[in-house]
Design a protein around this ligand. Sequence first.
Ligand code: TYM
Length: 329
Amino acid sequence: METVVSGIRPTGNLHLGNYFGAVKSFLQMQNEYNCYFFIADWHSLTTHPKPADIVKSARTILAEYLACGIDPEKATIYIQSDVKEVLELYLYLNMNAYLGELERTTSFKDKARKQPDNVNAGLLTYPTLMAADILMHKAVKVPVGKDQEQNMEMARKFARRFNTMYGTEIFPEPASFSLSDKAVKVPGLDGSGKMGKSEGNCIYLMDDAETVRKKVMKAVTDAGPTTPNSEKPEVIQNLFTFLDIVSTKDTYDYFNEKYNDCSIRYGDLKKQLAADVVAFTEPIRERILEFSSDTQLLDKIAKTGAEKSSESAAKTLKEVRQIIGFREI
Ligand code: TYM
């Protein structure tokens, strides 16, 4: 059975971007592949979270994974920092990762701009750690949103480079996976490109109905179309992309027609959109609350996941050490 790996950083609650960019694919893939879904807490250290927040945030994401329907009987769910083997592979991959290529990645340049006082080496080697997460389990598919494309390109490059350098085929080249034919980008409703934590424009699965409504009703719009069938400006396209994601086709078509004949009222569209988002998030939110209170269950799932993941990681690492020329330990 082919292997799938993906992770999410525990920097707060899951938002709709995480859900539709990644988690939705996890739900389908867990039925068809050998899946490893983890919580990327090492990656989150690049922004220096407080120790007290680390345990809490890992548990939060774990509860949210379960609430979304990721099933620990089908997929291995683990916390990245529980599987220390990854660090050794990270080190080996770093030996073949060059400063120039790491500095050129858009995510590094973005972060360096956003946090100029904290341009640390972890930030620079973020893509090698991500590659280690993936290659550790020899994954062939990685469900991620569009923003991860460059990191995925790097992971493939590091896999190829290792294989070529040592004349092996140990690592398959991992492909990004998306349920639709192109990578998903969930937009923000504030006129900025994507929904994201650092953009501060997220709708969270944990938001209550009132908060969701307020956020959706505040979405940026324009004065409305004046010529029939005109192209939608970005902020309006974003609303329609959202409708496409959470509403029915009929709803989408209804507002699309209204847009095309210039009779659209954005207030109506937003009300409908808010109702559809709430209908989607409410049941998940209730399950998150249930799972969050059962820390014993969460810790048990994390422990089992760590064991299964370490087993797979240790197997790969044994091969890697042999290939590199180290003695067996
Ligand atoms: P992170 O934590 O930023 O995001 C987790 C997942 O959510 C997706 N996502 C989105 N998709 C569509 N539209 C959006 N607006 C949106 N916002 C977030 C991301 O694409 C991602 O799939 N580097 C990763 C974590 C990671 C990882 C890995 C992923 C570490 N190691 C190995 C896969 C494999 C990250 O920071 O994701």
